[in-house]
Design a protein around this ligand. Structure first.
Ligand code: AMP
Ligand code: ZN
Length: 130
């Protein structure tokens, strides 16, 4: 019971700090409501494996703040974008990826309305899928 209360208190704090959206699947991953194994986490960003990978390496790099898409990014969110790219760089270096692609989907191509960058790499990649 105490554990549950502590979890709810922490979730409430994160909700305010990162403007967490209630029905957003990636916000739920950020707060821990949906379990995920993070391959990287910083103050502003989490990264985890895509549940339905289209390449040998397929990570999603996600700002903790609920930003909807590339079309809604504001000037004040520049540091969130920079933080996403810093995480991408670290994952590329740590995994020694010598060929990779970073991609944003938007409009009808975007299925989860919480900004995320795809990091794709590996021999079996079908580059035409993007
Ligand atoms: P997009 O089409 O750019 O919005 O891509 C959303 C991506 O999120 C897809 O590649 C999905 O496979 C992935 N995805 C959706 N739900 C989850 C989840 N719970 N954990 C990991 N990846 C997910
Ligand atoms: Zn969200």
């Amino acid at each position: 019971m105490i554990k549950k209360a502590k979890f709810l208190a922490k979730e409430a704090q994160l909700r305010i700090k990162y403007m967490i959206s209630k029905d957003c699947i990636f916000c739920k991953i950020v707060t821990g409501e949906i379990k995920s194994n993070f391959v990287a986490e910083t103050e502003k960003v989490v990264a985890f494996a895509d549940i339905n990978p289209i390449a040998e390496v397929h990570f999603l790099i996600v700002p903790k703040k609920h930003i909807e898409s590339v079309l809604t990014i504001s000037d004040s969110e520049a540091s969130d974008l920079m933080a996403m790219h810093e995480v991408a760089k670290k994952l590329i270096e740590d995994n020694k990826l010598d060929a990779f692609r970073l991609a944003y989907n938007g409009g009808r191509f975007q299925h989860v309305p919480h900004l995320h960058m795809h990091l794709l790499a590996g021999k079996k990649i079908d580059w035409r899928k993007l």
